[in-house]
Write a protein that binds this ligand. Structure first.
Ligand code: AHM
Ligand code: MG
Length: 334
């Protein structure tokens, strides 16, 4: 695929490589792209159209929703429900599985999404993004329920995110590498700008919310202590640190120049299972990172092998440059 090729043309090209492909996946992706373009445009307008600030409502996780959380969820949900390619939908911002009204055409896919991740950054004009995961609906199930969504990350058909930063970039994997497409605002089209993204195996940059340090478990404490010890410590190199509080921005940085991102388990959130959500944050990002040559673990386990027990399940997340994540993995095993 040539640099500058439109995302739609890249999908059509891919479709030709799959004997028996019906074009339904391409249509679904086109809907996801359309939804992200609308969200990008709303994010850009911000308070010119009065959409910053709290909506004064709570989602199922007890977090206060921002107006843009709700708007983005509505945009994503409505675009996909009318597109005819999904059998049901689920989102961070909806308590239950969203069942399609009976009169609407159903398709063979399920889509799970975080319509606007990094909500705490909306009002301060810092990068946010949309994360999505595409699964297959079980055959013969007319109205999929929560249990039909509870598939391990290894079952994902596709995963991606759209980052709303200085430029809007869609990063996508269908299990054949990771590719990035930048939105050309003038013509409203995503064009291939980052083909075959690979994460450098080594890094000297970590991202973790240091304010939780006193609550971490021993392996994470040890790892970060050793990074902080720098050249004089056991790692023998100085590390740099970043924390945007937008997972999409952290993952995008890691895909661009390497690094390790960690939202580990800690004693404050142990009863919740972690901070980030498995099905629409951890799994899609894990698929992208692994497809780009990195690793994604919870601490002791590979994220994508977890069999979800509920839609809004949380998990610890440690992902990024292969050799660095391996160090943390070894500390958990040790
Ligand atoms: P959100 O889905 O409510 O926006 O929360 C997820 C975000 C991640 O993008 C980010 O890594 C993390 O929460 C930041 O958490 P903290 O504010 O504890 O640093
Ligand atoms: Mg989120």
């Amino acid at each position: 695929m040539q640099i500058g090729t439109s995302l739609t043309h890249c999908l059509i090209e891919r479709q030709r490589d799959h004997a028996g492909a019906t074009g339904e996946f391409t249509l679904l992706m086109n809907d996801i792209v359309s939804a992200c373009k609308v969200i990008a445009s709303q994010v850009k307008k911000g308070n010119l159209i009065g959409i910053l600030g709290s909506a004064e409502t709570e989602n199922v996780q007890g977090e206060t929703q921002k107006k843009l959380d709700i708007i983005s969820n509505d945009v994503f949900t409505h675009t996909l429900m009318y597109g005819g390619q999904v059998a049901a939908l689920a989102s961070e911002e909806m308590d239950e599985v969203y069942h399609l009204p009976t009169q609407l055409q159903r398709g063979k896919y399920l889509c799970v999404y975080d319509p606007l991740d990094g909500s705490s950054n909306i009002d301060v004009n810092v990068t946010v993004g949309t994360i999505f995961s595409v699964l297959r609906a079980p055959e013969g199930v007319e109205n999929p329920s929560e249990k039909d969504f509870l598939q391990a990350g290894t079952e994902q058909v596709a995963a991606g995110y759209c980052i709303y930063g200085p430029s809007t970039i869609m990063v996508l994997t269908t299990g054949h590498g990771v590719h990035g497409f930048t939105l050309d605002q003038d013509i409203g089209e995503f064009k291939l700008t980052h083909p075959n993204i690979t994460i450098p195996e080594d890094t000297k940059e970590f991202a973790i919310n240091m304010s939780n340090q006193r609550f971490w478990d021993a392996p994470v404490k040890r790892y970060i202590d050793e990074c902080l010890a720098g050249k004089e410590g056991p790692r023998g190199k100085d590390f740099n640190m970043r924390w945007v509080a937008s997972m999409v921005a952290e993952v995008h940085r890691i895909l661009t120049r390497g690094g390790i991102f960690m939202y580990p388990i800690d004693s404050k959130i142990r009863d919740k299972g972690g901070k980030l959500r498995l099905m629409y944050e951890a799994n899609p990002m894990a698929m992208i990172v692994e497809q780009a040559g990195g690793l994604a673990i919870t601490g002791p386990d590979r994220i994508m092998t977890i069999k979800p027990s509920k839609l809004h399940q949380r998990v610890p997340v440690i992902l990024g440059s292969k050799n660095e994540v391996q160090v943390v993995w070894d500390y958990h095993k040790g």
